[in-house]
Design a protein around this ligand. Structure first.
Ligand SMILES: *Cc1c(COP(=O)(O)O)cnc(C)c1O
Length: 338
């Protein structure tokens, strides 16, 4: 079976499981789990922030990250319309944080500084919601795994700074950007008030994400972690998988990117399939084909799993359980079905 549904589908490797089994542990919520502390410090250093907080999921990083900025009752978060925050967190920004989302329409998931500036409310305006925080998704998931160029990130941060706006980075796939974008993770994460990294995507761990910020903000984040039931006990078993991922699964993301490009190039040659391979920056490949749901169902029948993301939109995601031969086989099957 060739599973291209998502990079969340990876299974922990033998080496990762061994690292988990050997982890030194303690009571995490008492600050006594050495492996979790090591992970938090390591990720804070990697992203160039003061402190980190281990959380069960990326969704909780977005939830707590926004909560740290939003004052419930009329505060607004500016997000890409196709972002995870807007579309895949069951309405948590509104339901739990009391945030209003201002979605910016952008197929790539990337918006320009001027587009942000254009929707901000005037400070002191009695009528408009208060623009409070801007969210950047690096890389963009539903936008096709695009990497926000550093200059665009910096432009957005400049508008935020000039407008008294906070900035939050959803870095679920930040390391994919860092491996391919020519800048270290710390450069992409610089200037954000809160940022985070997911370990359960292409990095191959079963669970976990780390939110980073200043020491003071992370202390406040602890309150919300406790409130939401995200505080853990012997979480070193999980943190060990994440440390293993940092040591073993970062550079290899480049292999996923190369395979994604090869898949895209192959798809471009199939009649009935529409794709521009030059838009494939990382490990996510979107293509257009009529009757996407039926196409995906028939592909699954031949053990090639790709996801329908609309009436004529299909997503294939590369990850560490997919090899070169799998790409050849997937192209063979998809070509035959198309
Ligand atoms: C997967 C994902 C999340 C949520 O992470 P989980 O660990 O699955 O909760 C948030 N943002 C983006 C861009 C994602 O792809």
């Amino acid at each position: 079976m060739i599973n291209l549904l998502s990079d969340t589908q990876t299974r922990p490797s033998r080496g990762m499981r061994d690292a988990m089994a050997d982890a030194e542990v303690g009571d995490e919520q008492k600050g006594a789990d050495p492996t979790t502390i090591e992970l938090q410090e390591r990720v804070a250093g990697l992203l160039g922030h003061e402190a980190g907080l281990f959380l069960p999921s990326g969704s909780m990083c977005n939830l707590i990250g926004l909560r740290l900025h939003i004052r419930p009752g009329g505060d607004e978060a500016i997000v890409a319309a196709n972002s995870h925050v807007a579309g895949f967190e069951a309405g948590a920004p509104a339901a739990i944080n009391g945030a209003i989302l201002r979605p910016l329409d952008t197929p790539s998931g990337i918006f320009q500084p001027a587009e942000l500036e254009a929707v901000l409310s005037t400070p002191g305006d009695r009528y408009a919601p208060r623009s409070r925080v801007v969210c950047v998704e690096q890389t963009t998931n539903m936008g096709g795994g695009r990497v926000w160029p550093l200059s665009t990130v910096q432009g957005v941060l400049e508008v935020a700074r000039d407008s008294g706006l906070r900035a939050h980075m959803d870095g679920a796939r930040l390391m994919n950007a860092a491996v391919t974008g020519g800048e270290p993770a710390s450069a992409y994460a610089a200037g954000f008030d809160t940022a985070w990294l997911d370990f359960s995507k292409g990095l191959g761990a079963p669970v976990g994400a780390v939110l980073v910020a200043s020491e003071e903000v992370i202390q406040e984040a602890w309150r919300f972690k406790q409130m939401l039931g995200g505080a853990m006990r012997q979480s070193g078993v999980l943190a060990a998988a994440c440390l293993y991922a940092l040591d073993n699964n970062v550079e290899r993301l480049a292999d996923d990117h190369a395979r994604a490009r090869r898949l895209a190039d192959g798809l471009a040659g199939i009649p009935g399939v529409a794709i521009d391979p030059s838009t494939v920056d990382t490990n996510i490949v979107f293509f257009e084909i009529d009757g996407a749901a039926d196409f995906c169902r028939r592909a699954a029948g031949k053990d090639v799993h790709v996801g329908a993301m609309g009436p004529s939109r299909v997503r294939a995601v590369l990850h560490l359980d997919v090899g070169d031969a799998d790409i050849d086989r997937a192209l063979e099957v998809l070509s035959e079905l198309a």
